[in-house]
Design a protein around this ligand. Structure first.
Ligand SMILES: [Zn+2]
Length: 444
């Protein structure tokens, strides 16, 4: 029998730990010495102190530390469950914030600060549930792993990528929960069961340098790059209506004609404007997306540049191949081909976990119990999470969480990496209690 901890206590400890994690400001700028997640690792280690856990802090680069601990199960060979939460956050633009982004203030039932949603609130709940399970002193069947990890916001190089490559003994698990899920869609709550892959490509644009005073007839690399970018932005590409998108549309309360068009590859693009805040999700879930994100060109006001470079953020759907991406870019670039060269071959495979697992059924029950009957909606993550490193090793990974009913996908997405990031205590309470249900039921 598992002793159920007081929900007030689970909630209170999650709020306090979240505030402390926000205040540590482990901002990952994408440089090797930023982040310094050792501070959040130590904060969590202090919090976990006193319940008999063996804690290891792994630091593959100075300051880039992850905390790993395990509540050992009582049954040898029983399936284990990992809770994998990142402890780094992305930078802020302070002028856009109403409150101190690193103040961790609790105001009218909301915790404010960078990471409240992505994903320090979840990481805090993971640690709180792990401590509660260890403190209860009743061994569960399989191991419960807690990994509070660095560097998720820059490809997990010093976090889960490194840990699963070099310390699989330490972080292995048969099933994993990580970000992100629990967002209300109609009467459903999302659970990310997979994510798109990524292709690393950049455009090298070659013009002819010359004097800035004579632009007529010149081959200006900036002008050529601008035209290439315009064509890429106008690209529509093939529409893929997969099973997960079908289920998403079914969960939405759409007028019949819009619903029909949203499931028709030939008409989906036409109804995107009718989907409001959901349009970016709808588009990204059904297309390979290409976003120009970095542009380098020019050096001096009076020199027409002969070179420009454009970096593209490309996200691919399950089933896509590198040749599909290169074909799409070649089609967009068209007759600019002699001047615009596509470089780079980095490829991150899309990943999907099965939904016919015991863990999935346990999550369905916990979500239903804690929400008065909401069903789980399996979704495709359109960004990247640490889940992909586990899926690659055959471990099913789901993006878990549980938000209160007044949230919607548009608001939630807007706060991800956005201004005034914050989370309500009611959602932290739902997440911590439902997570405790999942852990103690799955490992019963
Ligand atoms: Zn995240």
């Amino acid at each position: 029998m598992t002793v159920l901890p007081d929900p007030e206590r689970l909630t209170g400890e999650t709020v306090e730990l979240l505030q402390a994690l926000i205040r540590n400001a482990c901002v990952n700028e994408g440089t090797v010495d930023s982040g310094q997640e050792i501070r959040n690792a130590r904060t969590i280690a202090d919090y976990l102190d006193g319940v008999g856990l063996d804690i290891e802090i792994v630091e593959p680069q100075p300051g880039r530390a992850s905390l790993v601990t395990r509540v050992p199960g009582r049954v040898p060979g029983a399936p284990s469950l990992g809770l994998v939460g990142h402890t780094d956050v992305v930078p802020v633009e302070p002028d856009g914030w109403t409150r101190d982004p690193f103040g961790g203030e609790l105001v009218d039932g909301w915790v404010w600060g960078r990471g409240a949603i992505d994903m320090l609130g979840l990481t805090a709940a993971y640690a709180v549930v792990t401590r509660a399970v260890a403190a209860a002193g009743v061994p569960l069947s399989g191991d419960l792993l807690l990994a509070a990890v660095a560097d998720e916001e820059h490809g997990s190089v010093w976090g889960v990528d490194w840990l699963t490559t070099h310390r699989w003994d330490l972080v292995r698990a048969d099933h994993v929960l990580t970000e992100s899920g629990g967002v209300p869609v109609g009467t459903h709550r999302t659970l990310a069961v997979g994510e798109k892959g990524g292709a690393g490509r950049r455009l090298r644009v070659v013009g002819t340098p010359g004097h800035g005073s004579g632009p007529y007839g010149s081959r200006n690399a900036i002008v050529l790059a601008a035209e290439a970018v315009r064509r890429i932005a106008a690209l529509r590409g093939p529409v893929v209506v997969g099973d997960l998108w079908r289920r998403y549309v079914d969960a939405l309360d759409l007028p019949a004609d819009v619903r029909e068009a949203a499931l028709d590859p030939d008409r989906l693009d036409d109804v995107l404007p009718l989907l409001g805040a959901l349009a970016p999700v709808a588009h990204a879930t059904t297309h390979t997306t290409v976003a120009p994100t970095v542009l380098h060109a020019g050096s001096k006001p009076n020199v027409i540049p002969g070179l420009a470079e454009v970096v593209l953020d490309i996200r691919v759907l399950p089933g896509a191949r590198p040749a599909d991406v290169d074909g799409l870019l070649a089609e967009a670039i068209g007759d600019l081909g002699p001047f615009v060269h596509v470089e780079g071959d980095r490829w991150g495979e899309p990943s999907l976990s099965p939904t016919d697992t015991e863990l999935y059924r346990v999550i369905e029950k916990a979500v239903g119990d804690r929400t008065g009957g909401a069903a789980v909606l399996p979704t495709l993550g359109t960004g990247g999470t640490d889940g992909r490193f586990y899926r690659r090793r055959g471990t099913p990974a789901y993006g878990f969480g549980l938000l209160s009913p007044d949230w919607d996908p548009g608001t939630w997405r807007g706060l991800f990496h956005g201004n005034d990031e914050r989370v309500d205590v009611a959602s932290l309470r739902l997440t911590a209690t439902a997570l405790h249900d999942v852990v103690t039921t799955f490992l019963r």
